[in-house]
Design a protein around this ligand. Structure first.
Ligand code: TXA
Ligand code: MG
Length: 344
């Protein structure tokens, strides 16, 4: 059920920013977003990773709206965002390893897969007995979830299969009036989706999706072996159901990858993107993610670069891939580039 907008406006007159759907995170606007959510509405919220398309996790109709707006298949489960550990315990069985993990990385860009409690709707978990949860550290997200006092289901706020949004403008450009309420947290601090760690096996922890919190970071605190899986469980399942899974995180323009130097001669209709400023920086159609090759900046600018180039009418985008030996967040950058370039 969509909220009655007139009713909401009466309760808390919203204070819009310069762009029509984007609201500055004032105390009044946060209360307004809480009201929209309490009425079963769906809003876009900032997190430190990417923007999320959020609704009450324990409200079936809000979750159904999230799937509809995103065009996401019902077989692909949602991440639930909590304000604190008490909220996590309402949703899931908490293993011993979570204590270490939460002390080290929460609030922050780490999602864990836990055994779910019956209160979590099947829609959220796509019928699985496990649930994905995280406590985000973005201050606007934290204020919103704390004031709401309830967990929020939120996938990345992009149409299914497209590049995730790392600014509020990205959300507005993809959805327009389909998502009329976007809470402004500025550009995302990290710019890539959270690391997903499966804690349901008792004897190890599996990374299902690499992110800013790396295998090295996790291995340094966990007493279990930390295994980097190639693709997430849901994608493996989807791969066995042909036609349901498309490319992930992909621009519409054809994306080709290279290591080191690009092979062959570039056409004038091609763009080339380097990780750091190249020697031929002044040439036409040459771009780079970070002046000095700073890894945080590379991660932060990746999705903005993909989205920007996707509007320029290039025939192909050639993207430099971090070396396979690179660690830290570059593992996640490599993962997102490979998915974006895949034709599966
Ligand atoms: O950084 C993030 O995680 C962002 C922000 C908004 O928090 N959210 C995000 O959500 O990236 P989404 O829905 O775009 O990606 C969630 C991934 C999906 O690949 C989904 O299949 C996986 O998490 N997932 C969710 N629940 C799962 C479960 N129970 N078992 C395995 N994978 C799960
Ligand atoms: Mg996503």
């Amino acid at each position: 059920m969509q909220p009655d907008r007139k009713e909401i406006y009466r309760q808390a007159p919203p204070d819009r920013g310069a762009s029509s759907f984007i609201y500055p995170p004032t105390a009044g606007n946060i209360r307004f977003f809480v009201d929209v959510l309490r009425q079963g509405g769906v809003v876009a919220i900032p997190t430190e990773t990417v923007y999320g398309l959020a609704g009450l996790a324990l409200n079936q109709s809000a979750c159904r709206s999230i799937f509809e707006i995103k065009g996401r298949p019902l077989m692909d489960p949602l991440i639930v965002h909590a304000a604190n550990l008490d909220m996590v315990e309402i949703l899931a069985e908490v293993p011993e390893s979570l204590e270490i993990i939460s002390k080290a990385f929460w609030p922050g860009p780490l999602t864990v897969i836990l055994r779910k409690k019956p209160i979590v709707p099947d829609l959220v978990t796509a019928g699985k007995q496990t649930v994905a949860v995280r406590i985000p550290r973005n201050p606007v997200a934290r204020s919103l979830i704390s004031e709401l006092g309830a967990p929020l289901a939120a996938p990345s706020a992009n149409p299914f299969g497209y590049v995730s949004p790392s600014t509020p403008q990205h959300v507005a450009s993809s959805f327009a009036e389909k998502v009329p309420f976007i809470l402004d947290g500025g550009p995302c601090e990290i710019g890539l989706e959270s690391t997903i760690l499966d804690l349901t096996p008792r004897d190890r922890a599996d990374i299902l999706r690499p992110g800013a919190i790396s295998q090295e970071d996790l291995g340094a605190v966990l007493e279990l072996p930390v295994i980097q899986k190639q693709i997430s469980i849901s994608e493996q399942e989807a791969a066995t159901a042909p036609g349901t899974m498309h490319r992930h995180y992909s621009p519409k323009t054809k994306l080709l990858l290279f290591e080191g130097r690009p092979a062959g001669i570039m056409e004038s209709s091609d763009a080339t993107v380097f990780l750091k400023r190249p020697e031929n920086a002044g040439d036409a159609n040459i771009f780079w993610l970070s002046e000095q090759g700073d890894t945080g900046e590379i991660a932060r600018s990746l999705f903005s670069m993909m989205r920007m180039l996707d509007t320029k009418g290039y025939e192909r985008i050639h993207f430099q891939l971090p070396e396979s030996t690179a660690g830290g967040v570059l593992v996640a950058v490599r993962d997102r580039l490979q998915r974006a370039a895949s034709r599966a």
